[in-house]
Design a protein around this ligand. Structure first.
Ligand code: SF4
Length: 249
């Protein structure tokens, strides 16, 4: 039995799933091609470019952590890391927290290359920037939902998303444009500002994460008959926190 779903049990849900998967496949192919071209222009393979980007976002990491985060084999990671060290773009240094361990970190030259490769391809960046906040919010909400499902199925490494963060309090404000709250910066925000990769993310304990997810999923602002944020029984204060709203990370 394969992991792929049979195409015979359709219905509108399956048809939509197929079309979304087709759209994601097109976008993935476009981004891979653009990534290859940008990496090639810097004299790098796609994996080497991904390693530089990851180190730039998350700081020095051990080889095993990097391989897991990027979803590559330890052998692939080892070859790519060796190439980056040879090019002077990365360096192996002792882990200050464990003298027996070694972490890979960016050199100054590696940081410059990572910066040049950062961000989506120009055409995609322009297309995404043209979305209005409602479209962007719906897209981010859907992406967070799908990525979380993949994480739950252990098909994808854990991502630093709001929906798994201990600072995230979904649907605690009565403002449909900014119903969520980030305790890290003590600010309200809406779906269009949900983070898929946030540097301040800290994983919520399992029980809290499940309760937060249930609240986020069931109290979607656009869903008719959604439960009230103050009365759905999840363990959040009935009094919403203050909304500063101007200092999100
Ligand atoms: S913005 Fe960052 S710190 Fe705040 S809830 Fe989202 S992931 Fe957590």
């Amino acid at each position: 039995m394969t992991a792929r779903k049979s195409r015979g049990n359709s219905g509108s849900g399956q048809a939509a799933a197929d079309q979304i998967a087709a759209g994601l496949a097109r976008l993935g192919a476009y981004m891979r091609m653009a990534g290859w071209q940008a990496a090639h222009a810097q004299g790098l393979t796609a994996t080497q470019a991904e390693i530089l980007g990851h180190l730039a976002r998350r700081g020095p990491m051990r080889a095993g952590e990097l391989a897991a985060a990027l979803g590559v084999t330890p052998a692939t990671l080892s070859d790519s890391a060796a190439a980056l060290v040879a090019k002077g773009l990365a360096a192996r240094r002792r882990d200050p927290g464990d003298g027996r361990a070694v972490r890979l970190s960016l050199t100054a030259a590696g940081g410059r290359v990572a910066q040049a490769l950062a961000g989506p391809p120009g055409a995609l960046s322009a297309a995404l920037a043209a979305l209005d906040p409602r479209q962007a919010g719906a897209l981010l909400r859907g992406l967070a939902t799908v990525i979380r499902s993949l994480q739950q199925a252990r098909a994808m490494p854990v991502q630093r998303m709001c929906v798994t963060c201990r600072f995230f309090r979904p649907h605690v404000h009565d403002d449909a444009d900014a119903p969520h709250h980030c305790d890290f910066v003590n600010a309200a925000f809406g779906d269009a500002a949900l983070r898929i990769d946030c540097g301040e993310h800290e994983p919520a304990p399992a029980a809290e994460a499940a309760a937060r997810w249930q609240r986020f999923d069931s109290a979607g602002a656009d869903r008719p008959g959604a439960p009230s944020a103050a009365t759905d029984g999840t363990p959040f204060p009935s009094t919403a926190p203050g909304r500063t709203g101007d200092n999100r990370p």
